[in-house]
Design a binder for this molecule. Sequence first.
Ligand code: SF4
Length: 282
Amino acid sequence: MRELEKLREKPHWSYSAISKFLNCQLAYYFQYVVKLKPEHTPVNLLFGSAFHAAATVAGESKIAGYLIAVEEAQSLFSEYWREAVSEAGNVRFKDGEDVDTLDELGRKMIAVLYPKLIEENIIAVAQAFSVPLLDDDGNRISELPLIGEYDAVVKSGDETIIVDWKTAARQWPADKAEKDLQATAFSYAWNLQHDCDPLFRFDVITKTKTPSIMSHPTRRCNDDYQRLLKLITVIERVIAAEVFLPNEQSFCCSDCVYAGACANWHRQSSDQVLPSLFEQAA
Ligand code: SF4
């Protein structure tokens, strides 16, 4: 079992959970509070996992001193991807996409990532972390640790770079990395572990007909960490108050795995809304 999967077995905070809460409290409630069974499997999740798994094996081989050939990494992607789809069931593809078209696309995307793997001094891949959430005075602001996994850690001279591989529908706007909370959460963890602020870099690989890769470096400081800690403090208070509102303007709605349960949400009386929703959709 991967280290991150072990860490997930105990209560924790993760960037994904924080992001889910901020994008839609009701979706957070379904996923993390009542642990509702998803109504379908998002194809992006499976595709991204297969891509990361293949890139991780390639990165491991580089660290071991012999980078596997790109064709081998592409074959690994195909294997992980097809296996994931056949095991998941109820996968919802977008119009014009199926297992084969996405297999071909994923293989092209692995090829686009490869020059980076060849050029860079990779010192770690899939490195899990679990750190306490501490304010400036060293006091815990939450009972729970923050967990996550660095996709890759790269050395460039004296600089340490945390790299996160993103598969995306299109290239990111120039300012997205500066605002992204994942960079803050992961840089906070690194700072706590190593007492320095790393450079954090998103390598965005597009799922376009001709995939492209673009790097978005960014850096965080203590003030960013304090803002993240405040955010988590307030989120915990909102959760304790059991306030879970839908956000029907969220970008998540179009592929929400709880859309059916969400559609029934307003039909329940206030004191019944949570348990009855859970029973209906289970
Ligand atoms: S459909 Fe939209 S509003 Fe409803 S739970 Fe999902 S993300 Fe939230």
